[in-house]
Design a binder for this molecule. Structure first.
Ligand code: ATP
Ligand code: ZN
Length: 309
């Protein structure tokens, strides 16, 4: 067990070091938090635009949210129960002037000071589709359902030596709200379309049945059920190492999970079903740099053309 684990960790550290040496990643001093060079950002932006173009023919609504979700809406989901280890809660100093000297004293004496903070009205968004559902809450969808194009930063507390496992990263999603058939068709359409899109930029992706990393023993049961029912697929490709390919996109059928939590009805009066496809933009950039090299001017001309690089 340790042998393989070590190989993989070494591969993560090697690829990170190469990316940092090339100036593509700017280390922050904390694992899984980086800045990015202009070249890296350009690759993200060009691929992101390609995703937008791929979805445009379906005429989606476009919505953009900040990486903040209200605490109230967060608590309408079961994220706290299912992914407590990944959550990000925003806290600030809520005390009075009288209580400030104690906070300063703790900081100066290197004591734990964060316990003196209190929760604000917001959480960090764990997936870009989360802020969408509250906007549909209490509504009945039109017969054709809804299709929404979303992109933004999300937070997940999963520090790692893997440069493709970030604490904050960008996802471009298409979310479908509607009947079970509409949601399932969306999941299947994007599984195929996503594969074609990633292949068009030279990434040899493979679809695999996947599960969400639900927490704890109860979580293992949920993950097994999700896999048995083939609800979630990932498109995987080698990034740091071929030994453990990385999911660069996923396509997930939620059934009535969010429709139930947020009281969304489909036109037939039943609880709405939903599905989403998510492209992990930093991971896709990291896969492209691994596959085609660090110098984008030397990438295959077909790839440069598709991405308008
Ligand atoms: P993994 O199994 O690798 O943890 P996931 O199942 O948590 O991935 P999703 O929740 O389906 O991933 O998120 C959608 C997409 O976001 C993934 O396909 C991936 O491309 C990207 N992604 C997920 N977690 C991270 C992360 N920590 N850092 C960078 N990108 C990520
Ligand atoms: Zn994950």
């Amino acid at each position: 067990m340790c042998g393989t684990h070590d190989n993989i960790t070494v591969a993560y550290e090697t690829y990170s070091a190469e990316l940092i040496a090339a100036g593509l990643l700017i280390p922050s001093g904390v694992p899984s938090v980086y800045g990015y060079s202009g070249v890296f950002e350009n690759v993200i932006e060009r691929f992101d635009a390609l995703v937008t173009r791929a979805g445009a023919e379906l005429k989606p609504e476009v919505m953009r949210f900040t990486p903040l979700l209200t605490r109230e809406n967060y608590l309408r989901t079961d994220h706290l129960e299912t992914f407590p280890n990944l959550m990000g809660s925003v806290h600030s100093f809520l005390g009075s002037e009288k209580e400030l000297p104690e906070l300063i004293r703790k900081r100066q004496q290197n004591e734990v000071w964060a316990n003196d903070l209190g929760p604000t009205a917001v959480m960090l968004t764990p997936a870009v589709c989360y802020p969408l559902y509250p906007t549909a809450s209490g509504t009945t969808l039109p017969t054709q359902g809804r299709l929404v194009d979303l992109r933004g930063f999300v937070f997940r507390h999963e520090p790692s030596p893997d440069p493709a496992r970030l604490q904050m990263f960008r996802m471009h999603e298409f979310v479908r709200l509607g009947t079970p058939d509409q949601a399932l068709d969306h999941r299947n359409y994007w599984l195929k379309k996503g594969e074609e899109l990633l292949q068009s930029v030279g990434l040899d992706v493979k679809p695999v049945v996947a599960n969400d990393p639900f927490f704890g023993r109860g979580g293992r049961v949920m993950a097994a059920t999700q896999r048995e029912q083939h609800l979630k697929y990932e498109l995987i490709v080698p990034v740091a190492t071929a030994e453990k390919p990385t999911a660069v996109a996923s396509s997930n059928y939620h059934m009535d999970h969010f429709g139930h939590s947020f009281d969304i009805k489909s036109a037939d009066g039943n609880v709405a079903h939903s599905a989403c496809v998510g492209f992990g933009l930093e991971r896709i950039a990291l896969a492209l740099f691994k596959t085609h090299g660090f110098d984008t001017t030397r990438w295959p001309s077909s790839v440069r053309q598709v991405m308008s690089l």
